[in-house]
Design a protein around this ligand. Structure first.
Ligand code: RUQ
Ligand code: CUA
Length: 723
């Protein structure tokens, strides 16, 4: 504390302030002024990340009712309802390579590559109309599991009346085959299992002893169909009438073998293993579970599954071993209406624990047997022991928690430390912004016996259902793309363009631009078109310097691209309005970013230029000489920076090598511009001479800027002198 006072006083003095006018605040002063308790200080010291330090964990949150784009059945989709992100696993542990997330509203699944955090693929479920129980990965990410939610006919665009619900409507689970090498889902090798119309809910994959199996909850196994307008009680009444619903227990490894052996039926071109086959082959079972369950969460050791029922105050812990014993012994209490064997609840249960009102989801700790469950109605998190079946601690949250998340807490190797409560409401928490409050994430310390609430964080946009967090050290994102890469395919982009090879090609009414971006200009700087032309612009960012992203937009043509170092992107639009439309770079990329601009000129059909009046000269010989002197002076600075860099072991620093390459690129362009200004000067064309000399200076400035960054980097990272 004392140190803090001394340091800040020194700072003020150094800044030239009179110490008497501005005395430094002590920690006590701040506590008093801000009305902070010792507990607050403890929480602050556990969460504050000092400048220059980094977070230990990174969380990926679903965006709920948000999203941007897609296409299903030829219809554009402008939003999604994402619920459950999942990180790829190797032997049940997070490997930090890929992220998957489901869209409940439009049954889709996205693949995000964690090398660049970009969505690489979105697959549309071929047989469902909605889905909730995704995304869940098998222990080596062989498959990504996605279960249906609201039953509907599996055939696409096929109508059956609701009266035929039991016969024609179906649920199911899809196992999307993931090709790790390609970083893509392979729809051809994916398959689904037909299930009864039971409103399948969340899922989880087995691991360790339960590897090869997956588990999917359901609600409304009553198969109730509402219809208030016909005088029927609503869905909510009919869907919660029975005391139990069903947990689906599926042997997915065997199912995959059966599909490979040709036992699946093709529906909408997709492999579907029918219930009849699954029952006959002994790979599908049901276990009753208390009323309207929600989450099913396999323990890190893979021996148990915790099921929480929204309308039951207990969590039910099922034993995988007991389930297997019942299956082996053929001990079933009944069959469901579709002939699926039902294992008795007693024969499968390990224990039930009374936790409170509205238990929803469970996550695990790094300490054995310790679990945390969210209580939606009570607005609490319960810490409990799933081996011994006892409650250990409870903490209140604000309010109505849905999911909760511990660090890597759904993997085979949870990290403990923190828990995040994902609350549905934020009443009384943050500065209000109208009737819709932000979402509320609360960070809780779970490293001690008692849970401690550390921090409230508002989250904008749609409702973040589930979140996954991973140790930051496991993420290994790339710094730049190989120049000319299409980041959607990770392959060379057909429109990739090298420096000096930019061109605009016109064929009929089609204009294709092969352009480049580099500090601080867009090539080309004018694009000329006629009304009605279809314009395709390929842009390659030639930079190799870290974080030198350029953006691109054209006024009112509803188009934008973010072009990171090395990336090539394509924007397309129809020039359907006559006029003059500026385009520019949208990232503040250098001191001359605002000048990174150009014009799209859309002329009326058949337009011809009138008589052009020659422009009057702007610059004189004196201007030209002054610019040339500026160039000479700047070269001195560059030489000294280059002198420093080459005097140390810069080659041992790959980032610096890239910066040096980048600076050299800029310097190499000088020769051409220099020849131009000298030729113009010889002809006494002082306008051209001065402008090209200015361009030489631009290249120098950019090179110097990169050079200075490299120098700072080397000084801070302990570069050594070389002889
Ligand atoms: S859900 S609040 Cu979509 Cu995971 Cu339970
Ligand atoms: Cu490129 Cu601003």
């Amino acid at each position: 504390m004392k140190k803090f006072v001394v340091k800040s006083t020194a700072l003020l003095l150094a800044a030239g302030f009179a110490a008497t006018a501005y005395s430094a605040e002590s920690l006590q002063d701040v506590m008093k002024r801000r009305n902070l308790s010792q507990q607050d200080l403890l929480a602050a010291s556990k969460t504050y990340v000092p400048t220059g330090k980094r977070d230990e964990f990174v969380a990926f949150s679903s965006g709920g009712q948000s999203g941007q784009q897609g296409n299903i059945d030829g219809k554009e989709i402008n939003w999604g309802d994402t619920h459950h992100p999942a990180i790829s696993e190797t032997q049940g542990k997070y490997d930090g390579q890929f992220l998957f997330i489901n869209d409940k509203a439009n049954p889709r699944l996205a693949v995000i590559d964690l090398r660049d955090f970009e969505t690489k693929q979105i697959v549309v479920n071929p047989i469902f109309k909605s889905e909730h129980g995704g995304a869940f990965v098998t222990p080596n990410t062989e498959y990504v599991i996605e279960a249906a939610q609201y039953a509907s006919p599996l055939e696409n665009k096929k109508f059956y009346p609701l009266e035929e619900f039991n016969e024609k409507y179906r649920g199911g689970v899809t196992y999307w085959k993931f090709d790790r090498k390609e970083g893509r889902i392979n729809p051809k090798e994916s398959f689904s299992l037909e299930l009864p119309p039971y409103s399948q809910d969340l899922s989880d994959a087995g691991k360790g002893p339960s590897d090869g199996w997956s588990f999917t909850n359901s609600f409304c196994s009553e198969r109730y169909v509402g219809g208030i307008e016909k005088g029927r009680p609503p869905y909510e009444a009919g869907c919660s009438a029975k005391d139990t619903d069903y947990l689906h227990v599926i042997n997915w490894k065997k199912a995959a073998e059966l599909v490979a052996a040709g036992k699946a039926k093709k529906i909408n071109g997709h492999n579907v293993l029918m219930m009849e086959t699954a029952i006959k082959e002994g790979i599908l079972f049901l276990v009753p579970e208390p009323k309207s369950p929600h989450g099913v969460d396999v323990t890190p050791d893979g021996k148990f599954l915790t099921v929480a029922g929204k309308l039951d105050t207990h969590v039910s812990v099922y034993s995988f071993e007991k389930i297997q014993a019942a299956i082996k012994a053929g001990k079933f209490e009944s069959k469901d209406p579709y002939g699926i064997p039902v294992i008795g609840m007693k024969d499968a249960l390990h224990t039930q624990v009374q936790l409170g009102l509205g238990p929803l989801h469970t996550q695990y700790d790094s300490k054995p047997c310790i679990a945390y469950t969210s209580l939606y109605v009570d607005s609490q998190v319960v810490k409990w022991n799933h081996c011994e079946g006892k409650v250990l601690d409870k903490i209140s949250v604000h309010y109505n928690i849905g999911h909760l998340m511990t660090m890597e807490g759904d993997s085979a190797d949870p990290k403990g430390r923190y828990l995040v409560a994902l609350n549905k409401l934020a009443i009384d928490r943050f500065v209000p912004v109208g009737p819709l409050h932000p979402q509320n994430h609360q960070l809780i310390d779970i490293s001690n016996d008692k849970m401690q609430l550390l921090y409230d964080m508002p989250v904008p946009l749609g409702e973040p259902h589930y979140v996954v967090a991973i140790e930051a050290a496991k993420l290994k994102p790339g710094v730049r793309y190989k120049v000319g890469t299409d980041s959607r395919t990770d392959k060379a982009h057909p429109g990739a363009t090298k420096a000096g090879e930019e061109e605009t090609v016109k064929k009929g009414n089609k204009i294709t631009v092969y352009g480049t971006l580099i500090r601080s200009h867009i090539t080309p700087e004018t694009i000329e078109a006629e009304v009605g032309d279809e314009i395709t612009i390929h842009l390659t960012n030639l930079e190799r310097a870290q974080d030198e992203t350029h953006g691109f937009t054209v006024s009112t043509y509803n188009t934008h691209a973010s072009v990171e170092p090395g990336k090539t992107v394509t924007v397309k639009f129809k020039a359907d309005k006559e006029g003059v439309y500026p385009y520019y770079c949208t990232e503040f990329c250098s001191a001359l970013h605002l000048e990174m601009q150009g014009y799209l000129l859309v002329k009326p059909k058949g337009w011809k230029p009138g008589k052009v009046v020659a422009a009057k000269a702007v610059y004189t010989e004196t201007d030209y000489k002054a610019t040339v002197k500026k160039v000479v002076d700047t070269q001195v600075v560059i030489d000294s920076v280059v002198g420093y860099i080459t005097s140390v072991n810069f080659k041992d620093f790959p980032d610096v090598v890239n910066m040096v390459d980048d600076a050299t690129d800029q310097l190499n362009k000088i020769k051409d511009a220099k020849a131009k200004h000298e030729a113009a000067a010889a002809k006494k064309d002082w306008d051209q001479a001065n402008l090209w000399a200015e361009q030489v200076w631009q290249y120098q400035v950019k090179a110097a800027d990169i050079g200075l960054r490299a120098k700072t980097y080397l000084e801070q990272n302990g570069a050594k002198k070389v002889k």
